[in-house]
Design a protein around this ligand. Structure first.
Ligand code: COD
Ligand code: ZN
Length: 375
């Protein structure tokens, strides 16, 4: 019986800017009101965790426990938590769903006001931490923190999933898979017969590919500077692979020629401002839609001739594939179990949690799509 008690366990801590992960013994306090303590079973390594290590997209406070793409089991719940109980299988949500704010009440967005992307305080709602190590408070990451054996999250940041779901696979529904898949099926709402281009064939871009395929796109073009990404992309449904470095012409011109006037849907899954404008320019001038999924380095700006929007192109952004976590994550897990899509191919490596630094090296060297850490 651990409920109500401090749990001693292991976590991967980043002590400061650009430091490696250090496996430490930590203390995890019991969940307070409207909080849930979760035993993590599996956690994927996402590029955004690496961005956080490098300070590229946000300035996290240190020391911090990163990780946001996981599956686990509820260990105990705080006061006032009625929809979850110990033993429930769950996926933590970095985009919460409080159910009460203006955004949660609107079908037009999934961004609950409690979302802490870009303004991560690293603390719980009462401005305190549940993690400590060597007498020091440890900050959390975007409301999740999953590179730890136990974490505590707000009950707005948890979705209950089917008890039979394999954690080492469905953890990807906590970020990478849903971000890409939802960008295609929920944000773009691709029609059968569409032509699509995906810039960046990492875990997120390939999940867009899976979504394009499920939605019935007939031409799916993949763009990447790493040709080693092409084999898997083709397996998942990409019909044409293009390496911008093999072309002297700007990539959008190549794409416009290849598709006889531009694509229906372009997805930017790299996080570079140049590929964002290329993606926009590669869409059909009147009926094309460009969706920005990647996050560019902080304070970068994109610029383009506003004329390119005049005939009706659409430019959109989306986070977590436009999915409201509590409403959609359980359904995505059920769809996975019903074999509506297959995300197993995205998991290229599994490692014991202790080898987290090795997992990040696989990501940085471009060798992995997703590494899943097992606890
Ligand atoms: N041209 C073409 N391809 C490129 C280029 C380039 N100039 N540079 C890199 N690439 C390729 C790489 O070879 C790689 O295959 C791919 O782009 C990027 O993939 P990964 O594996 O590095 O990264 P992903 O797929 O895990 O994620 C990439 C994003 C940029 C989408 C991600 O970092 C991101 O910003 N996340 C999503 C936004 C979000 O919702 N964040 C909140 C929590 S994640
Ligand atoms: Zn992520």
């Amino acid at each position: 019986e651990t409920a109500g008690k401090v749990i001693k366990c292991r976590a991967a801590i980043i002590w400061g800017d650009k430091q490696p992960f250090s496996i430490e013994d930590i203390e995890v306090a019991p969940p307070r009101a409207h909080e849930v303590r979760i035993k993590i079973l599996a956690s994927g390594i996402c590029r955004s965790d690496d961005h956080a290590v490098n300070g590229t997209i946000s300035n996290p406070a240190y020391p911090i426990i990163l990780g946001h793409e996981a599956a686990g089991v509820v260990e105990s719940v705080g006061e006032g938590v009625t929809n979850l109980k110990p033993g429930d299988k769950v996926i933590p949500l970095f985009v919460p769903q409080c159910g009460e704010c203006r955004c949660c009440k609107s079908p037009k967005t999934n961004i609950c006001v409690k979302t802490k992307l870009g303004n991560n305080t690293g603390l719980m709602e009462d401005n305190t931490s549940r993690f400590s190590c060597k007498g020091k408070d440890i900050y959390n990451f975007i409301g999740t923190s999953t590179f730890t054996e136990y974490t505590v999250v707000s009950d707005a940041n948890v979705a209950k999933i089917d008890a039979s779901a394999p954690p080492e696979k469905v953890c990807l529904i906590g970020c990478g898979f849903s971000t890409g898949y939802g960008s295609a099926v929920k944000v773009a709402k691709i029609e059968p017969g569409s032509t699509c281009v995906i810039f960046g064939l990492g875990g997120i871009g390939l999940s867009v590919v899976i979504g394009c395929k499920v939605a019935g796109a007939t031409r799916i073009i993949g763009v990447d500077i790493n040709p080693e990404k092409f084999a898997k992309a083709k397996e998942l449904g990409v019909t044409d692979c293009i390496n911008p470095q093999d072309n002297t012409k700007p990539i959008h011109e190549v794409l416009i020629e290849l598709t006889g006037g531009g694509v229906d849907y372009a997805f930017e899954c790299i996080g570079h401002i140049n590929s964002m404008t290329s993606a926009l320019l590669s869409t059909h001038y009147a009926l094309g839609t460009c969706i920005i999924v990647g996050v560019a380095p902080k304070s970068s700006q994109i610029s383009f001739d506003p004329m390119i929007m005049l005939f009706g192109r659409t430019l959109k952004g989306a986070c977590f594939g436009g999915f409201k976590g509590k409403d959609c994550v359980p359904q995505l897990v059920s769809d996975y179990l019903a074999k509506k899509f297959d995300l197993d191919g995205l998991v290229t490596h599994t490692l014991p949690f202790e080898k987290i630094n090795e997992g990040f090296e696989l990501l940085r060297s471009g060798k992995s799509i997703r590494t899943v850490l097992l606890f």
